[in-house]
Write a protein that binds this ligand. Structure first.
Ligand SMILES: [Fe+2]
Ligand SMILES: [Fe+2]
Length: 126
């Protein structure tokens, strides 16, 4: 993972690292592996987001609403492209190749880093 994407909360960085590995596997996979791996990426993202959401609830994070909305949008978009890709693989491929990384990167830099800062300021170690 690029150094600039670390939020320095080990459990969060771990999820992000796993996501990037999955993404790079999809980008270089065989055609027949594309949809199963795409599905796996969605499942991983659900787990990743649920994990952060649990923490936000537990520690009463002040910007929880905004963060949850953003998760919902990202996941909804991923699922939309996955559905489309069933009939039109090229559609899913363009999402994976041209958008997914950037969406993910922006979420970490703009949203997850704010949550990580909140944990650090309160001395919450994860
Ligand atoms: Fe995250
Ligand atoms: Fe997040």
């Amino acid at each position: 993972m690029n150094e600039d994407l670390h939020v320095n909360i080990p459990l969060m960085d771990e999820k992000h690292e796993e996501f990037l590995t999955l993404l790079s596997n999809i980008r270089s996979c065989e055609k027949n592996e594309f949809l199963p791996l795409f599905k796996e990426m969605i499942e991983h993202t659900k787990e990743h987001f649920a994990f952060e959401e649990e923490l936000m609830k537990k520690y009463e994070f002040y910007a929880k609403g905004e963060h949850l909305d953003e998760h919902k949008n990202l996941l909804g978009e991923m699922e939309y492209f996955y559905e489309k890709a069933q009939k039109l693989p090229v559609f899913g491929k363009s999402y994976i190749d041209d958008y997914a990384y950037d969406k993910f990167r922006r979420h970490i830099i703009n949203i997850d880093s704010q949550l990580a800062m909140f944990f650090k300021e309160r001395g919450i170690e994860l």
